[in-house]
Design a protein around this ligand. Structure first.
Ligand code: SF4
Length: 352
């Protein structure tokens, strides 16, 4: 047996004994694989499971999703983050309904042309749902392979990345390619983790360069990650006695999700800023509460400030006054959790 086959069979033996029991496993259904893979991007398995179940209960088939509307999809995605995934999924489902009669194609090159499907997801769908021997390479897989094969160069360099991609192609077995890809994903998520991996439990330690050299914690080499930019906001939760003021975002970050008015100023300056920018008269109605949300390249440091509107006001352009019941139906990003809690507390009160 050559080295690659020894590695893949050791990994598949381990997978047969230790695979995680997950609701999207053990099925050959390209739609379900697609949903699970999109939800799993940048998100922990435990977080994804209830979202996956709810999503499939509401949209059991690709044609159900293609006929769905964006507000419903975003509401089901609420709290999962990276909302462009949800919008692209819907766009992709409509594309598949139109161009492929509602069934995802088998060819990874065609899959990668569908909205929201990149090379990793195309490889995952083709191998898991259709048994096509192609790799699915994401950050976890790059970490495992750079340690296993002792790649001690910057994995962001195109030549180094190509070397890793070639290794990934060579390693996928003809037999059980989907299980093999899921085995690498499981190994990266549970054993060959970032930082210090659990090499004692690893089925590949006998083959592993980093284990032999003792430098697994230093790999993969990814120099010079830029520090995330910090933006400070006052999030104004304005209450008029019955309703609160919200706005649907049009910016590319969190597009389509609902937020409370956000001002780049201190809480003390917020009432004046609201008067100046939105023609709203307000007064503070409690102390600000701090909240923080970390995006990939951005951090929002927020002071959530409860305010009472001073007189009955028309909503400014782009904003909407909503009751407690209306608020429940809108999709808010996790970044607004503290503000949303504050708004619900205010809306529970009666007009003084
Ligand atoms: Fe990762 Fe350690 Fe296994 Fe090597 S032996 S693949 S470093 S867990």
């Amino acid at each position: 047996m050559n080295l690659y086959r020894e590695i893949s069979s050791a990994l598949l033996d381990w997978y047969d004994r230790c695979a995680r029991d997950l609701p999207w496993r053990g099925i050959h259904d390209s739609y379900r694989t697609w949903i699970s893979e999109i939800m799993l991007q940048q998100t922990r398995v435990e977080t994804v499971i209830p979202y996956y179940k709810r999503f499939l209960a509401r949209f059991p088939s690709l044609s159900d999703l293609a006929a769905g509307d964006e507000a419903d999809v975003l509401k089901l995605w609420e709290g999962l983050g990276y909302y462009s995934r949800a919008r692209n999924l819907l766009k992709g489902a409509r594309q598949v309904a139109e161009e492929y009669g509602g069934k995802l194609p088998m060819d990874p090159t065609l899959l990668a042309k569908i909205s929201g499907i990149g090379p990793y997801t195309a490889g995952a769908i083709a191998s898991i749902a259709y048994d096509i021997p192609v790799p699915a390479v994401d950050g976890n897989v790059l970490r495992v392979y750079s340690r296993l094969f002792g790649i001690r160069e910057n994995i962001r360099q195109p030549a180094v990345r190509s070397k890793l991609d070639e290794l990934a192609v060579s390693l996928v077995p003809e037999d059980r390619p989907g299980d093999y890809n899921q085995a690498v994903m499981d190994l990266g998520a549970t054993v060959c983790v970032p930082g210090t991996p659990d090499c004692e439990r690893c089925p590949l330690s006998a083959f592993c360069s980093a284990f032999e050299q003792g430098d697994a914690a230093d790999l993969p080499l990814i120099p010079g990650k830029a520090a995330p930019k910090v933006i400070r906001w006052t999030v104004a939760v304005i209450w008029d006695g019955k309703r609160t003021l919200v706005r649907q975002r049009t910016e590319s970050l969190l597009q389509g999700l609902w937020c409370f008015p956000m001002l780049e100023c201190s809480p003390e300056e917020a009432p004046a800023m609201l008067t100046h920018k939105l023609r709203l008269s307000t007064e503070p109605f409690g102390n600000p509460v701090h909240a923080r949300h970390v995006f990939t390249h951005l951090i929002w440091e927020m002071d959530v400030l409860p305010l009472k509107s001073v007189n009955g006001m028309k909503a400014p352009a782009g904003y909407r006054w909503v009751s407690k019941d209306e608020l429940e139906k809108l999709a808010f990003p996790a970044a607004m959790n503290v503000a949303l809690r504050t708004a619900k507390e205010l809306l529970r009160q009666e007009e003084p």
